[in-house]
Design a protein around this ligand. Structure first.
Ligand SMILES: C[S@@+](CC[C@H](N)C(=O)[O-])C[C@H]1O[C@@H](n2cnc3c(N)ncnc32)[C@H](O)[C@@H]1O
Length: 231
């Protein structure tokens, strides 16, 4: 069973916004058609590695598409999925079972920005469409970057007028329904600064529709082993 011992703080209503119904829908879609093109683009440098990554930490993993794709293609050995949403963690664990990957996965429902200390470093840390759900960029991104021994793969919204307009529409819609969820477009220079301060260098910066893709690699290996917490 996925771990849900440490219920998330409820910040930005992530558990309420990313509910079981949307999780089930995304999980079903993945089983039918695999990862969407944005996710495939994000993990492309990881798929291109000559040997499987020992471990992957997929933060805000949703229904698990990024790490399920890496595991089933033989590009990673083990994966830990973390999400603040109970519905998404359940969906990711379910899909892992269906795909025969359950023995190679661990799941935790928590707010990674608050509980990162309990996680061992991983060869690759992924955050696909996650930074835009979290108000405190520095707290979340620094924690994620510090836990990568080799790669950090991020997708986040681009910061142009029409992307900001879409963000405004999402937030207006949420506020009109009395929702507390807010969508954030964090400044890209700030994202680059935080990742670089953690010893990572960008190896890919590109645009994919609404999204920016940024993949970083560690300049010098950390002494930490590429292991992940087992639970
Ligand atoms: C838009 S969804 C993306 C899910 C998946 N990565 C994908 O691209 O399909 C964002 C997910 O990030 C999770 N999330 C955001 N901030 C988080 C945090 N600090 N800790 C854990 N999960 C977080 C949300 O609960 C949500 O499920």
């Amino acid at each position: 069973m996925p771990s849900s011992c440490c219920a998330p703080s409820g910040i930005n209503d992530l558990d309420g916004t990313f509910d079981a119904a949307s999780a089930a829908k995304e999980a079903k879609r993945f089983l039918k058609r695999g990862a969407v093109r944005r996710t495939l683009r994000l993990i492309r440098p990881l798929l291109a590695q000559p040997a499987p990554l020992a471990s992957v930490l997929d933060i805000g993993c949703g229904a698990g598409a990024a790490h399920h794709e890496l595991l089933r293609r033989g590009a990673a050995t083990l994966a830990v999925g973390v999400d603040a949403s109970a519905g998404y963690i359940t969906a990711a664990a379910h899909n892992a079972s269906v795909l025969g990957l359950r023995e190679r996965t661990r799941y935790h429902q928590l707010d990674f920005a608050l509980d990162a200390a309990q996680f061992e470093p991983a060869a690759a840390v992924i955050m696909d469409r996650v930074l835009c759900c979290y108000p405190n960029l520095e707290q979340l991104l620094r924690a994620a970057a510090e836990r990568s021994t080799r790669f950090l793969a991020l997708s986040f919204p681009r910061n142009n007028w029409w992307a900001r307009l879409i963000g405004l529409a999402v937030n207006t819609f949420s506020a009109m329904g009395h929702g507390s969820y807010r969508f954030y477009i964090h400044p890209e220079p700030e994202i680059l600064r935080i990742a670089c301060a953690a010893g990572l260098l960008p190896v890919e910066l590109s645009t994919f529709g609404f999204w920016r893709i940024a993949v970083f690699a560690r300049t010098a290996p950390t002494p930490a082993a590429e292991t992940l917490q087992s639970s």
